[in-house]
Design a protein around this ligand. Structure first.
Ligand code: AMP
Length: 463
């Protein structure tokens, strides 16, 4: 309880979040019959061939089934963009979904931070349809920026929506140990996870509209930190000729404008799965130099390192999940982009790598990660966090059984010469055996750890 009380009060922190809010339609795949239903219109050989082909966008129902089965076989989280057309839209709409709720990193993190009682959460999304606006917490601390008569006005989401197109992601959550056959190959899901078909409406541009853009330095003065996410939705090219470079430059500019009159502003970049390797590289190279902290899961860090030329290290991480390799990759990114902190979360741990010399103690950093694991275990157990009291559920879940060993490994690695100048803090995860949902767990971990970090920094500075 001491831990929860320590973080109960984030009221010293104000934050800005951009750019992605959507609706998530969830379908739970619990047993063989759920898989059979999705497979029934295709032959196994057809599916197998498509899996080999590995489509990087979903344009036809067969692409969807192939990528879903591929993901289920690995048990790793995956997200693949949808290319809208009548056939695939009709197919996806015909499936029965179990639930609809707020999605997108900004949507998920906004509601979480609102419940954690931050002083102010200013969230931005280029589109805000009524259905999305209604899914936000209706709290005084959660606001959307608009410009009225040339002035910045912060209003509740429910007072801010427009007649915008709805972005809806379909999420397929599967359980561990589902068994099925593809021809004569027996597939067993190694763990519960999710597969996301991400919608990418042509009219949705990842940017801050001009009117608000000129007020970003003013927004920057109202906040202590910002989380940038959703850039994975940027396309290489748009029908009007605008390109990924154009939008990535806009994002860089937005970060600079936010920092313009607030030099202490901390900016965190939340990664996501980016299928297109060229885009992944462009995003890393343009955004990472502009931010202070980054949050990634194991697959994401392996994929980034891959496009930066470290293929062997990347494959090692994906195959063996060794902490040593994850640390090597973290160090590469920290140095290359001059980051203040790298946070990596895997099924078994959450870890920080930062340079020695920061003002926060190891204990203080460890507390922020511990808090983040409690947020994740709570959300995994309950499906969502509705109030601070819910966190007692997560706190009751013990660290996973590899925890002690993981800590020992890190202690030993810390002594190595190459890591002499770095602080490594690892906290084991609290794994929920039958999670209600795994969507947004990584975002929850990253947001909790980052806001905890900023809150601790502020407490120290104001002493
Ligand atoms: P991401 O892949 O970025 O969404 O992050 C998922 C993270 O959530 C993992 O790295 C774990 O730390 C955490 N997580 C996943 N499944 C569970 C679970 N069943 N119980 C608790 N934490 C989980």
């Amino acid at each position: 309880m001491e831990l929860i009380n320590h973080f109960k009060d984030f009221s010293n922190v104000s934050i800005f979040l951009a750019y992605n809010v959507n609706v998530d339609a969830l379908k739970y795949l619990a047993d063989l019959s759920d898989i059979e239903e999705l497979k029934e219109n295709f032959s196994d050989s057809e599916i197998k061939m498509k899996i080999e082909e590995y489509p990087r966008t979903i344009e036809k129902p067969i692409d969807f089934v192939a990528r879903l089965i591929h993901a289920m076989k690995s048990g790793k989280p995956a997200e693949v963009p949808l290319k809208n057309n009548l056939e695939i839209d009709t197919f996806l709409n015909s499936l029965n979904y179990n639930e609809e709720r707020i999605g997108g990193q900004v949507g998920i993190i906004s509601n979480l931070l609102s419940i954690l009682n931050l002083k102010k959460i200013i969230f931005y999304s280029p589109i805000l349809a009524k259905k999305q606006a209604e899914m936000f917490e209706n709290n005084e601390n959660l606001v959307f920026p608009t410009i009225t008569n040339g002035k910045l006005v912060l209003k509740k989401p429910i007072e801010s929506f427009k007649n915008d197109e709805l972005k809806i992601n379909r999420i397929f959550e599967y359980k561990e140990d589902i068994e099925f056959y593809l021809q004569n190959e027996k597939i067993t899901t190694p763990q519960s996870n999710r597969f996301i078909v991400a919608s990418r409406p042509e009219n949705l541009r990842i940017e801050i509209k001009d009117e608000l853009k000129s007020h970003l330095p003013e927004v920057g003065k109202l906040i202590d930190c910002a989380i940038i996410s959703g850039v994975q939705a940027i396309k290489e090219e748009y029908s009007d000729g605008k390109t990924a470079e154009y939008y990535l430059n806009q994002v860089k500019e937005d970060i600079k404008l936010l920092k313009k009159e607030n030099k202490d502003l901390k900016v965190h970049f939340e990664f996501a799965s980016i299928q297109n390797t060229e885009m992944r590289k462009k995003i890393a190279e343009s955004i990472l130099p502009e931010v202070d902290c980054v949050g990634m899961d194991e697959t994401e860090i392996a994929n980034i390192i891959h496009v930066l030329g470290y293929e062997e290290l990347s494959e090692g991480i994906l195959k063996y999940s060794k902490i040593e390799d994850v640390l090597k990759a973290s160090k590469i990114l920290l140095e290359k982009y001059n980051l203040e902190g790298m946070q990596v979360h895997t099924m078994y741990y959450i870890m920080y790598l930062c340079k020695k010399g920061g003002i926060l103690s190891d204990e203080s950093l460890e507390k922020t990660l511990e808090f983040a694991t409690v947020l994740a275990s709570t959300k995994a157990a309950l499906g969502q966090i509705s109030c601070i009291d819910d966190l007692k559920t997560g706190l009751k879940i013990p660290h996973n059984k590899h925890g002690e060993l993981l800590k020992e490994i890190v202690e030993n690695i810390s002594k190595e010469k190459e890591l002499g100048g770095y602080k490594i803090i690892l906290v084991p995860s609290r794994i929920v055996e039958n999670p209600k949902s795994t969507v947004g767990l990584g975002d929850t971990i990253s947001a909790g750890a980052f806001v905890g970090y900023v809150s601790e920094l502020k407490k120290l500075k104001n002493k």
